[in-house]
Write a protein that binds this ligand. Structure first.
Ligand SMILES: Nc1nc2c(ncn2[C@@H]2O[C@H](COP(=O)(O)OP(=O)(O)OP(=O)(O)O)[C@@H](O)[C@H]2O)c(=O)[nH]1
Length: 670
């Protein structure tokens, strides 16, 4: 195992103790300078020799089964001396590390008051900037460093100075960006594990451990000296005293608080702890403020959804939805254009690509973006999916798929304009600083960022998904209602067609009375009833006299008028239980139910004389009919019955027309 020579800072002493918390295996070289103690004669230094018996027992007890002491312990080395010490102890592998720092107890009361007052200010802050300003001022007041800054990391780990408190007249770093290379991954990771880093003097000659111990790691120690590259970096800035703390966001390292001074700068342990508490409180408050802001934004989006929810009870087409909502949506999503892509068609508002370009874009999006979440870019021109949209005025796009069905997706797509941004990059000074002069990295160059839109925030993407779900429902509701309307239309058309079919099947198209098929059906039904109940009925077969001559003299259409007028006249003269049908040509049949021969003859005579009085417009002659009457007799069929009526009618014709003849005997030879 290799021997370990840690480089330690001198503001505290460090002990490496065995796992049992008794024997000291190594001490930092400055231990004897900080604390008076007696070395035992046998040379085996015990923890009790340095901390005293009671305190070392307590450390042992509190570390039993624990990784570290629950809080710092304080002790006074000698009754005659006023020097106090604070102890931290923790386990590192098979060893226990004990850190001892001198303490000034007189500063404590004053500190508590200041910290409380500053905490109150932090809790009252209502905006992030106010909160961070309050934090840097509080820290500057507590530690006295010459520059206290808050550096916030962007998604590429470049650091932007967002708040600053200056003790001396120093140039401001506010608004400057430090490149990600200033914050290497190892450094960021170490802040995640050890959020507080104090370097009292960057250039102090380091202490080390005697004797060197195998494999001991002091990564978690306050006292470890800065790594050489960090030392060089701080030297180039002219920083000798440095104190830094991590600000942990909900998704990782949000930023760092830097406290810098050109001269060595000590920070008492209680001040260090107080600053840590302030940073933690400020972090909590910041997360809360952000959560509130996001909640307010989401509420505004929800409010806009209620409108489309209303559209569900009163379905609206995608076009109507876009027309009514586009302005609200664009305001909420800071967009200048919006497209609703449904069923291969684009509904657009504001500044958007041409429909052809949109259709190409959606095709590519469908192929490349198969999952259900939103897709976005800040640089339309550089993104392969959007490069061919060729729309210089819009730089950002946010697309949300709307799963209308398992096979078909619609899209809601927002377009954002370009936002030209000037970034000020801090350059590290190349000259060596004069002693006691802290350098501001000069505004060596500024960069104009073009072709990018504002970033699509996480909360905006979430809100877009909410809106997408709402729209999916609204569009589905519309499609269902359209389908229903279509079905209803189809149903009506079908009913009408059926009705027409019924007419064609059962009615004569010219006279609108029953056709031959229907009257035959009725006669057959009547025959069944007559057979069962022996209830007589009669058939009246009548034919217009000399109809050919009317046709020839006045034209076929007048002949038609005669047939229609005749049918109307006879139809309206019948009882409700009698039926009229057209038998063919100018022949009609009246089916007179419940009729014996006398009643049937009476009816035939009444009809004959009514017809003789009929006047037709454009026809200056009377119309007459010859009627053959046949009354049902047992054994009759439809055929025999009609045949008998036909014979009777034939006789009427031959008897001079405009007459009624009755079939008296059954028809023969049928
Ligand atoms: N206008 C019109 N004429 C029809 C229709 N159906 C048949 N006819 C005509 O009715 C005429 C029947 O003539 P005929 O069978 O000789 O009988 P008629 O002239 O009435 O003479 P009689 O029956 O002996 O009195 C024919 O000229 C047919 O063309 C129709 O639907 N409309």
């Amino acid at each position: 195992m290799s021997m370990y020579h840690p480089r330690l800072q001198s503001f505290g002493a460090l002990l490496v103790v065995d796992a049992d918390c008794r024997r000291i295996q190594a001490t930092s070289t400055n231990l004897t300078r900080l604390i008076d103690f007696e070395r035992p004669e046998n040379g085996q230094l015990m923890l009790a020799c340095v901390l005293g018996k009671r305190l070392s027992q307590r450390v042992r007890r509190e570390l039993q089964g624990q990784q570290r002491l629950p809080g710092p312990l304080v002790f006074m080395r000698s009754k005659h001396s006023h020097v106090c010490f604070q102890i931290h102890a923790y386990r590192a592998g098979e060893q226990v590390i004990v850190e001892i720092e001198p303490l000034n107890p007189r500063s404590k009361r004053r500190l508590l008051g200041t910290v409380n007052e500053r905490l109150m200010h932090l809790v009252e802050a209502t905006h992030q900037q106010e909160l961070l300003d309050c934090l840097v001022n509080a820290i500057q007041q507590l530690t006295g460093h010459d520059r206290v800054t808050v550096c916030h990391f962007d998604s590429d780990w470049h650091g932007l100075m967002v708040a600053e408190a200056l003790g001396k007249r120093l140039p401001s770093l506010l608004g400057q960006r430090f490149p990600a290379s200033d914050f290497p991954v190892a450094l960021r990771k170490s802040y995640q594990h050890y959020p507080v880093r104090l370097i009292e003097d960057v250039n102090a000659p380091p202490e080390t451990l005697i004797p060197a111990v195998p494999g001991s790691s002091l990564n978690g120690s306050f006292l470890r000296a800065p790594a050489p590259e960090r030392q060089r970096y701080l030297n180039r800035l002219g920083v000798r005293g440095s104190f830094s703390l991590a600000i942990q966001g909900d998704t990782g390292l949000w930023g760092l608080v830097f406290c810098h001074s050109p001269a060595p700068h000590s920070v008492e342990p209680p001040v260090r702890d107080a600053v840590r508490t302030l940073v933690q409180m400020a972090t909590q408050r910041m997360l809360l403020l952000r959560a509130r802001q996001e909640a307010r934004y989401l509420q505004r989006v929800q409010d806009s959804l209620v409108l489309s929810a209303r559209a569900r009870s009163e379905p609206k087409s995608p076009q109507q939805l876009l027309h009514e909502q586009a302005a609200i949506w664009m305001k909420l999503f800071r967009a200048h254009g919006v497209v609703l892509w449904v069923n291969g068609g684009a509904y657009q508002a504001g500044v958007t690509p041409s429909p052809e370009a949109m259709s190409q874009f959606v095709l590519r999006l469908e192929r490349a973006h198969v999952h259900s979440g939103p897709w976005c870019t800040r640089e339309i021109a550089k993104e392969t999916l959007t490069a061919s949209l060729a729309m210089p005025e819009q730089c950002g796009a946010l697309a949300v798929p709307l799963p209308l069905s398992s096979t078909q997706r619609a899209w809601l797509i927002f377009f954002r304009p370009e936002q030209v941004e000037t970034l000020y990059w801090a350059m590290q000074p190349t000259i060596s600083p004069k002693p006691d002069v802290i350098l501001a990295p000069s505004v060596a160059w500024s960069e104009e960022v073009v072709g990018k839109s504002e970033a699509w925030l996480r909360v905006e993407r979430l809100a877009a998904v909410d809106l997408g779900e709402d729209l999916t429902l609204a569009i589905s509701a519309y499609e269902i209602s359209s389908l229903n309307m279509h079905l209803e239309h189809e149903r009506k058309a079908l009913a009408e067609a059926n009705q027409r079919l019924e007419q064609l099947a059962h009615f004569d198209p010219l006279t609108k009375v029953w056709n031959r098929y229907r009257i035959e059906e009725a006669i057959n039904a009547e025959l069944v009833a007559a057979k069962r109940y022996a209830a007589a009925f009669a058939l009246l077969l009548f034919d217009v006299d000399n109809f050919k001559q009317i046709n020839d003299a006045h034209g076929h259409s007048v002949g038609d008028d005669v047939l229609v007028a005749l049918a109307r006249l006879v139809e309206t003269s019948l009882r409700g239980c009698d039926h009229l049908g057209r038998w063919g040509g100018e022949e009609f049949i009246v089916l007179a139910t419940h009729s014996e021969v006398d009643a049937a003859i009476g009816l035939a005579e009444r009809l004959r004389s009514l017809v003789a009085e009929l006047r037709i417009e454009g026809l200056d002659q009377t119309i007459t009919v010859s009627i053959g009457v046949a009354v049902w007799q047992p054994g009759d069929s439809c055929k025999t019955l009609i045949s008998r009526a036909d014979n009777a009618m034939y006789r009427a014709k031959h008897g001079g027309r405009n007459r009624v003849e009755v079939a008296l005997e059954p028809a023969t030879a049928l």
